[in-house]
Design a protein. Structure first.
Length: 263
């Protein structure tokens, strides 16, 4: 696991955007680059930078296939707070991706279990995910894999904790009662199958979880800790998120990554 530490959220996000863009640009163009994507506030600066790169002709999504991490159950795809709407407004309609290459879970599918199975199959049919971008919840969860989730889980139906609903209520007029209580989500195992995983972790409210995921052992109560076992995982952080890490841990990662921070 790599820990790349920047001064603030914007610098961390711009580094992550540049890293992913470079992976797309240098990838074998004879086959598609399969990219896993999250929603929420964590990736917004990254998506904005992707859009800027495309407009400048520095990046193209023509050879990219995407799979999103999750979707609420019970709200239509055109709902203002559906993750389909989020992705369209914040990325997809602003870049040169072929919309038939966009994969999003359907929270109104008649057979939700079948929807999950088909999603896993679609990932396999595309050759597997090359890079999965993600964020981390304040309780250390990835996607909607709440504390206690199996670390071998696949795409499935998941109930959301009060903490997660409270965190997401800011998108529902601050009313936790409006936040759906269930969602479809890729599993921890689904993320772990990606050939590379990049997680953006910023802010003091993530510090306790980051410490647990980096310095403590692998634990299904902190599902992101699974990345300790991934052969190519990068946590891109800001200084605030590292405040509960040991000084020695921070200094170690800043030292070994110093040549990468400005690249």
């Amino acid at each position: 696991m790599r820990l790349v530490i920047h001064q603030n959220h914007e610098k961390a996000s711009l580094w992550a955007a540049a890293h992913i863009a470079n992976k797309i640009k240098t990838y074998d163009q004879s086959k598609p680059f399969v990219l896993g994507l999250p929603t929420g506030s964590s990736p917004l600066v990254i998506y904005k930078e992707f859009i800027n790169m495309v407009k400048k002709g520095e990046l193209s999504f023509k050879n990219v296939r995407t799979f999103n991490m999750d979707e609420y159950i019970g709200i239509p795809s055109d709902h203002p707070q559906s993750y389909r709407t989020f992705m369209m407004e914040n990325l997809f309609k602003h870049v040169d991706i072929d919309h038939k290459h966009i994969h999003l879970l359907d929270g109104l599918a008649k057979d939700l279990q079948k929807e999950c199975e088909n999603y896993e199959k679609a990932i396999v049919d595309e050759g597997g995910i090359e890079l999965f971008l993600g964020g981390m919840g304040t309780d250390g969860h990835i996607a909607f894999n709440e504390p206690g989730s199996s670390l071998t889980s696949r795409t499935r139906i998941k109930s959301l904790t009060e903490e997660t609903k409270s965190a997401n209520s800011r998108f529902f007029d601050g009313d936790i009662k409006k936040v759906p209580g269930t969602a479809l989500t890729v599993g921890v195992g689904t993320v772990m199958d990606a050939r590379e995983v990049v997680i953006i972790v910023t802010g003091r409210n993530k510090a306790r979880a980051l410490k647990a995921c980096v310095e403590d052992g692998i634990n299904h109560m902190w599902t992101l800790s699974c990345l300790q076992m991934h052969p190519k995982a990068i946590l891109v952080c800001d200084d605030a998120a590292t405040e509960e890490l040991k000084v020695g841990t921070v200094n170690y990662f800043k030292d070994i990554e110093k040549d990468n921070i400005n690249n």
